[in-house]
Design a protein around this ligand. Structure first.
Ligand code: BG6
Length: 314
């Protein structure tokens, strides 16, 4: 049986939720600050990287786990923080569901004065996290409850924990275009079936209609360690339903979209420049970040857009 518990004794008085199996060997810990998943244990083994220097007192986005990026990726609008504000706001738990083989929680963030000052739109974000034996699924639903459309970017900034960056290969990108942030945003097509990370890598692999990027992280003997699948859906809210503290309901108009995927590792110099990462921190993670970032997504009035990923630890 799985269960969901509040963690009231968190350091720095930062509330968190623990989802766990009855024997505690499989679990997921989510800080309400940023709705950031900061731990995912599978059979007692940690699968997410959190920097030893991560700031956990709610004064800065957490360096590691799965921070949420919304409503902008990077800083196209320089008056808004890098990667938006969702990772710096305190969310609230609104629902939880448990069963013999999985558990699920929904967290909510609504617009408020501070978000409207940065981004003048009404929204509700509903973040659903589902934990089962060796899978973690996270879905960010972006609800536009108002009468005017907005455009946004969103991304699930997943830091996967690895034994050493020199020991892994990243597969699944061949045939997709990518924007190389390390090369003046030059765009090219990926020809490599297995990418070894041997320098700073900061690339946005671009979605293609009807073709999902399914990422595998493997070791050099081709043993798969992680498989990451992602997709998005857009839909209209059911008539007469604007928003509430509960899950939104959509009508039958759901449309499926493919996602972009960012591949990022800071490598040596950038890791040194990050105050909240050890100099050698880059060795122990690779970020695989499904998102809707290349083209900002329009969310029409009374509609929703959901970005989802499923990570399997193998
Ligand atoms: C990645 C970006 O998503 O996030 C990188 O592609 C960026 O350019 C990285 O450096 C970390 O961003 P931040 O704001 O968490 O330091």
């Amino acid at each position: 049986m799985f269960e969901v518990n509040d963690l009231n004794d968190e350091a720095f008085n930062q509330p968190a939720i623990l989802m766990c199996s009855s024997d505690n060997t499989t679990s997921c810990k989510i800080k309400l600050y940023g709705a950031t998943i900061v731990s995912w244990l599978v059979a007692g083994e940690e699968k997410l990287f959190v920097s030893e220097k991560a700031i956990l007192d709610g004064s800065k986005a957490i360096r590691g786990g799965i921070p949420l990026v919304f409503p902008q990726f990077g800083q196209p609008d320089s008056s808004m923080p890098q990667h938006g504000f969702a990772r710096n706001k305190t969310w609230k738990l609104i629902n939880s569901r448990t069963s013999a083989d999985c558990c699920e929680v929904d967290l909510l963030l609504n617009d408020d004065e501070s978000t409207t000052n940065l981004w003048p739109h009404k929204f509700n974000l509903i973040y659903t996290v589902k934990l089962s034996a060796n899978e973690l699924s996270t879905g960010l639903e972006i609800v536009n409850p108002s009468d005017t459309e907005f455009a946004c970017q969103a991304l699930l900034h997943t830091y996967l924990k690895i034994s050493n960056i020199h020991d892994i290969l990243c597969a699944g990108f061949a045939g997709f275009d990518f924007i190389d942030k390390m090369n003046n945003n030059a765009q090219s097509i990926e020809t490599d079936n297995s990418i070894a990370i041997d320098r700073e890598v900061d690339r946005i692999y671009c979605s293609k209609p009807n073709s999902d990027i399914v990422v595998s992280i493997k070791n050099h003997s081709s043993k798969e360690m992680f498989k990451i699948e992602s997709y998005a859906t857009s839909a209209k809210l059911m008539d007469g339903l604007n928003h509430s503290d509960n899950l939104s309901k959509v009508d039958g108009s759901e449309k499926r979209l493919s996602t972009d995927v960012v591949l990022w590792n800071a490598w040596i110099e950038k890791a040194k420049s990050l105050a909240d990462m050890n100099d050698d921190g880059y060795l122990y993670y690779v970020c695989v970040e499904p998102g809707l970032v290349v083209v900002p997504q329009l969310v029409p009035p009374h509609s929703t857009l959901t970005l989802s990923q499923k990570i399997q630890a193998l």
